[in-house]
Design a protein around this ligand. Structure first.
Ligand code: F6R
Length: 365
């Protein structure tokens, strides 16, 4: 079952190049994105998008927000399903609601879907389980085809959700005419390179992450910072680490550090700094300096082209990511975060595939 891997989580991390190849070969050709499910429910008068989900699926939605806003120029809200179901909402017939769920059975997500449906919104499910309750109740279903995920901590499904959002973002841009044909084809071409880059990143960063994990497990708290898309990735990095290693981990938008969290940074505290976006990386680097000035250990997870002028010894550790279009770098950047979480949990002898108190499918409120 585990095919020689010690845990399902590690096996599933390693399945990610295959997952990406399978999903993209089904949906993306050099000439077009195939998303008939979206086209069927498409309305010219969609004015906004609401994404709702729980946990890791919610964090994929945070990435999805940036992708859709930038490519399709539609305002996007992302709400945690257990919050959305009990709050004032402004969902209406002109809202496209995207519900994200690996299992398709999460009780709060299903309830949020029903709230949106009552308001007359069109519902598109992004799910790994096409036969699930959420899929059945949605107007359109995009199957992310990650295959069965056994480890409680989601890895390959999260990656497939991001790919789902990339293609949804491109299709929405096409339908709304917000990108030129040549821009669309450049973006498509770059996405098609991702499976190879995911694979090379896995192999190249695994030994580095394993060594790094051994040095960070002694700390009580670990922070993850980034801006924009990189903040969305920071959220997932912190969740992965805390849920399986039980080390307290928190993510912050890098610009918020000095509004509170910096008080917790002292000698030796590990801080992961995500930097995949050109202009914003420079801003995050100034936050990195603030961390270093207080003795924090900065682990930079950054696109190699942004680090060309940086010396490795400027950071406690520098994890370089292969060149990629910066909108699509998320699926690459998440790999070292997953690996570090896995090896930290292994170092601490935790129950990796079944972390304490957590279940794979949360079918109660
Ligand atoms: C964390 C994790 C959970 C799930 C959440 C939603 O690694 O897996 O946070 O993402 O419980 O589950 P689904 O996607 O099945 O709705």
């Amino acid at each position: 079952e585990k095919q020689g891997y010690e845990h399902f989580m590690l096996k599933e991390i390693h399945e990610q190049p295959t997952v990406a190849r399978r999903f993209l070969s089904d949906r993306l050709k050099q000439e077009e994105v195939k998303m008939p499910e979206l086209e069927e429910i498409w309305q010219e008068d969609f004015e906004k998008v609401m994404i709702t989900a729980c946990g890791t699926a919610y964090y994929s939605g945070q990435v999805g927000r940036h992708i859709i806003e930038e490519l399709a120029r539609l305002p996007v809200d992302v709400e945690i399903a257990s919050e959305l179901r009990y709050k004032q909402n402004f969902i209406d017939e002109d809202t496209l609601v995207i519900v994200v769920s690996q299992s398709g059975e999460t009780a709060d997500t299903l309830a949020a879907l029903e709230v949106a449906q009552k308001k007359g919104a069109k519902i598109l499910a992004l799910t790994n389980t096409a036969s699930s309750s959420i899929a059945r109740q949605s107007d359109a279903v995009v199957d992310i085809m990650a295959g069965p995920e056994i480890a409680v901590a989601s890895t390959k499904a999260y990656l497939a959700m991001l790919l789902g959002f990339y293609l949804l973002g491109l299709k929405l841009a096409e339908l709304r005419g917000t990108l030129s044909q040549s821009e669309l084809s450049d973006y498509r071409r770059e996405i098609l390179k991702l499976p190879d880059r995911i694979e090379s990143t896995l192999h190249r960063t695994e030994p580095q992450c394993q060594k790094l994990a051994e040095t960070i497990v002694d700390y009580d708290s670990i922070f993850f910072i980034g801006r924009n898309l990189d903040y969305s990735l920071a959220l997932e990095g912190a969740l992965k680490l805390k849920e399986i290693s039980y080390i307290h981990a928190e993510s912050y938008p890098a610009g918020e550090l000095k509004h509170g969290t910096l008080a917790l940074v002292e000698e030796g505290v590990p801080v992961f700094a995500l930097m995949t976006r050109g202009k914003l990386a420079r801003k995050t680097l100034s936050n990195v300096e603030e961390v270093k000035a207080r003795g924090g250990r900065v682990i930079a997870v950054a696109s190699s082209q942004l680090m060309e002028e940086r010396a490795e010894d400027e950071f406690y550790e520098l994890i370089k990511l292969p060149v990629s279009n910066e909108l699509w770098a998320g699926v690459i950047a998440v790999i070292p975060l997953q690996l570090t979480a896995y090896y930290a949990a292994k170092e601490l002898d935790c129950s990796i595939d079944k972390p304490r108190n957590l279940a794979k499918s949360v079918t109660v409120e």
